[in-house]
Design a protein. Structure first.
Lengths: 176, 176
DNA sequence: CGAAATAAGTCAATATGACTGACATAAATA
DNA sequence: TATTTATGTCAGTCATATTGACTTATTTCG
């Protein structure tokens, strides 16, 4: 098989280096590919498990976020996933009908449907996240704490939305 | 809007700390979400551009890898993308018919179709990658070189395949 | 109070990207 | 020559997403 790596690195890159501390184009392009390959492999194992249930990646995302944020509303889930209500509804409806998620009305606002995993929902979440947790934990262990910190910093910088970045801030002080 | 962040961090995590230097469960779960949010935002801008052409994310991936590895074969592209020949062919066929990619027979092996971007293919590639390069470069600049190094280390650790990891190794010494 | 806005759900039509399976052609290789 | 390999293609299916229109229940605002 031809060696795909065999090419000019940094070929005519930085012909006009920008004023403000240019980041090497090759380094940036490798970043793009690292994200692609990591995400591809990161989702491959859960995808195989989902198949057994007749579910897809969308179900995984719903189960993940509901698991992490019990009592979240449908609207919050829509904000996070950035999909339409109709798209979510098919997936969420299946999970509810098959007993992985329960909905109940909000106490203050009775229009809201608060979402929560059932026991089998938690089992499913655990099975799905297991390979991902293992993969990340192994990589974290191998790379070491400073690298993990850099990983987090760079990914946070890539995330566009302030609201979403805030999810990863240390817990606010006065929040017993 | 309810504060989704308001929850127990590290709740009953590490009840049985493993022998081999456990990585905090909360840290790992945040890693999962960081990847999700970063990938979501990383693909949003190119997706909007692709819409203008009537293309999807699959076209982006093909244009990206052919751009980076001129003269690559269809088989190599299949290996990288991990999709079926039939899936690739629809997308690749459109790109060829619309003049973004040219194919020509391999010199040694005439069964192969070597892929290459045309001038408009390179333009398309550039338009699509521009927001991604900008996003990564900005994040790299802000996070600094050691963080970038950690980012790369951790992502490399997440990538499953040896073959794919090798793409990111420094160019082998004796390879003038 | 009553009108407007909001949260959620639904129906219908459509597109994209992926899959499996079967098969065809040309070229290289054993 | 027979087999394997690289590529392409036909047909059918499925999951995920879209837009647009509309309903119901509930909250909020003038």
């Amino acid at each position: 098989m031809t060696d795909i790596n065999n090419q000019d690195r940094e070929a005519d890159a930085e012909a006009q280096p920008s004023r403000k501390e240019a980041v090497g184009d090759e380094l940036v392009r490798q970043g793009i590919e690292l994200l692609f390959f990591a995400y591809r492999d990161f989702t491959a194992e859960p995808d195989a498990i989902l198949d057994q249930y007749g579910f897809g990646r969308a179900h995984h995302r719903v189960v993940h976020f509901v698991g992490r944020h019990p009592q979240m509303t449908v609207g919050e889930l829509l904000d996070i996933l950035r999909i339409t209500k109709q798209s979510l509804n098919r997936v969420l409806g299946q999970l509810v009908r098959q007993g992985f998620i329960v909905q109940h009305r909000g106490a203050q606002d009775r229009r809201q449907r608060l979402l929560e995993l059932t026991t089998s929902g938690r089992e499913l979440e655990h099975r799905l996240s297991e390979p991902q947790r293992a993969r990340i934990a192994a990589s974290y262990r191998k790379a070491g704490a400073p690298a993990v910190d850099g990983f987090r910093k760079v990914l946070l910088g890539i995330i566009a939305d302030d609201e979403d970045r805030r999810r990863f801030e240390p817990a606010p002080p006065g929040q017993r």
